[in-house]
Design a protein around this ligand. Structure first.
Ligand code: GLC
Length: 538
């Protein structure tokens, strides 16, 4: 059948053989090493100055904000000092026009306003008391709430609360902000509103994920990598200080011999030495706000997969041999009705196909593909798609999803090899924490990653069995691990919590505890903010 062979032609272009996976892994290791030696490489390999995980004995109430994708989240966390904590949050969608605003001020003033809204809603008594004190000129900055800023874009980190934006990713494009310290940008807008808040820590979401996961890793296994496979993709891993050859500027504690490095692997192989490239990858890249950048991310992450499927599907629609989503008459359609696509369908608009449709396609293994056909109708306004139509769409979507998973295995596999943990007789399990819509919602994404890991030289089926990839979003798990950390820290060091305690006592906690839960990245940043604060005071 022509439709079948034409579909196969498309599908085969997304194939990544075991040989390709191995070649890409070697190149990934090479580019990692290059990034550790000098600046300006495609993988930035950013030193984070985080050399240890927080120990959980920190006490206090901290704010955290999270900017990194479609939403902005403001949270407050009460660390109880016994590793338990309560978290409450507000989430707002970032208006599209602010993602491409003319000035950084427009975006950051919006963020500061959300912090104000949050304080008024959840900490109204504290907020009112602070505003009063401020008016009477009796505010002390030690009473300010400390805020951890999860900023999930490439930043040249200059210290725990200072970092200059290298470039925007994931559809953001505000040239005015590039090269500026994002903490200072936020602090300025916070100060303009007179909020009693100090931006204390700057963290990438991958670092937060690694922190949170390392709390929850069971037994001896220490997490070596925090990876995000969501709107964007990136990873932060523990690297030996001796391997970081490029100059580092910030102050840090060298005693652990390690440092967390933010790879910014979304830009792995921007030069396309090994990355597979179809004509649809090219079209997507050319039409993006950052052509030639984030080339790995553009093949792996949720923001882009739907668009690749859309472009490939459009070509099949145009292909007369296939007659996709067009029935000449209803007798060709098992639904006995004629297929129609609305002109308004997302299929005809850039970014019009949400990657979540890929998850539905992958999950539907019914003979009639009924949920996928329903999804095509509701999400893409394709009425009465035939079974063959749905099969074609499913095949294309699966090929794009599978390529993404196998490429994800390249990044994970390379970092496992770099860690040397598989050759370490003391390591049974190599633990990896992941988060993001793909690993959470795309069916079999992790299974496909494992399949490719088995094919990597130096890992193999035995090595792959020792790699544990787990979701770093397990709130109660994180809480339990924090208890252990706090208890240990409390034995060693019970100092310098007085100021923070005073602030906690002052603070009226207007939170509804039923609304409490934990988010991995947020926990990470809160913990880092707390750690930083404790060190500052000592
Ligand atoms: C993009 C950002 C990176 C972030 C990732 C996941 O790749 O550049 O900093 O970690 O998205 O959110």
């Amino acid at each position: 059948m022509a439709a079948e062979s034409e579909t196969k032609k498309v599908v085969s272009q997304f194939e990544l053989t075991d040989h390709d996976v191995n070649a890409a892994t070697l190149e990934f290791l090479r580019q990692m090493d290059e990034g550790l030696r000098k600046d300006g490489t495609s993988m930035s390999q950013i030193p984070t100055y985080v050399t240890a995980v927080p120990d959980g004995s920190e006490k206090g109430v901290y704010l955290a904000v999270d900017l990194g994708g479609t939403n902005f989240r403001v949270c407050s966390v009460q660390l109880n000092g016994d590793s338990t904590f309560n978290l409450t949050y507000n989430k707002v969608a970032i208006p599209k026009e602010l993602m491409v605003a003319k000035t950084a001020r427009e975006l950051f003033s919006f963020l500061a306003m959300q912090i104000e809204v949050f304080l008024k809603e959840h900490h109204k008594d504290y907020y009112a008391a602070q505003i009063k004190k401020r008016r009477s000129g009796t505010t002390r900055s030690s009473e300010y709430l400390r805020l951890g800023f999860t900023f999930s874009f490439p930043v040249n980190q200059l210290g725990i609360n200072k970092g200059k934006l290298i470039r925007w990713t994931k559809g953001f494009d505000i040239p005015d902000a590039v090269g500026k310290d994002v903490c200072a940008l936020l602090q300025t807008e916070i100060d303009k509103l007179g909020l009693p808040v100090k931006v204390a820590a700057l963290v990438n979401d991958t670092v937060g994920t690694l922190m949170a996961r390392s709390y929850t890793s069971v037994g001896k296994a220490k997490s070596i990598l925090g990876g995000i496979f969501g709107t964007g993709t990136n990873g932060a891993y523990i690297e030996k200080l001796s391997n970081i050859k490029k100059p580092t500027v910030g102050e840090y504690d060298k005693s652990t011999g390690d440092m967390v490095v933010n790879t910014e692997w979304g830009s792995f192989d921007n030069q396309l030495n090994v990355l597979p490239t179809t004509k649809w990858d090219k079209i997507l890249d050319d039409a993006s706000v950052n052509p030639g950048i984030q080339m790995f991310e553009k093949r792996v992450s949720g923001m882009f997969l739907g668009e690749i499927v859309r472009l490939a599907t459009l070509d099949l629609i145009k292909n007369e041999k296939v007659t996709l989503f067009v029935d000449a008459n209803s007798s060709f359609n098992d639904l006995q009705s004629i297929t129609t696509i609305s002109r308004e369908s997302g299929l005809f608009k850039q970014w019009g196909l949400d990657s979540s449709v890929l998850s539905v396609a992958a999950a539907d293994d019914t003979p009639e593909l009924s949920s996928l056909r329903l999804e095509l109708e509701t999400s893409l306004q394709i009425d009465s798609a035939s079974l063959v139509d749905a099969q074609i769409f499913k095949a294309v979507a699966a090929a794009v999803g599978r390529r993404a998973a196998r490429l994800s295995a390249v990044a994970i596999g390379a970092i496992v090899l770099q860690s040397g943990k598989l050759n370490d007789p003391d390591t049974d399990v190599v633990d990896i924490g992941v988060d993001g819509s793909l690993v959470e919602h795309y069916p079999f994404f992790r299974a496909m990653i494992y399949e490719a890991l088995k094919a990597i030289d130096g890992i193999g089926p035995k090595g792959a069995e020792r790699i544990r990839i787990g979701i770093a979003k397990d709130g109660s798990g994180v809480g339990a691990a924090l208890i252990a950390l706090v208890a240990e820290k409390m034995e060693k060091d019970n100092s310098n919590v007085e100021d923070v305690e005073a602030r906690v006592d002052d603070l009226v906690w207007n939170t509804n505890n039923h609304n409490t839960f934990i988010v991995a990245g947020v926990v990470g940043v809160i913990a880092i903010a707390a750690l930083w604060w404790a060190r500052q005071r000592s």
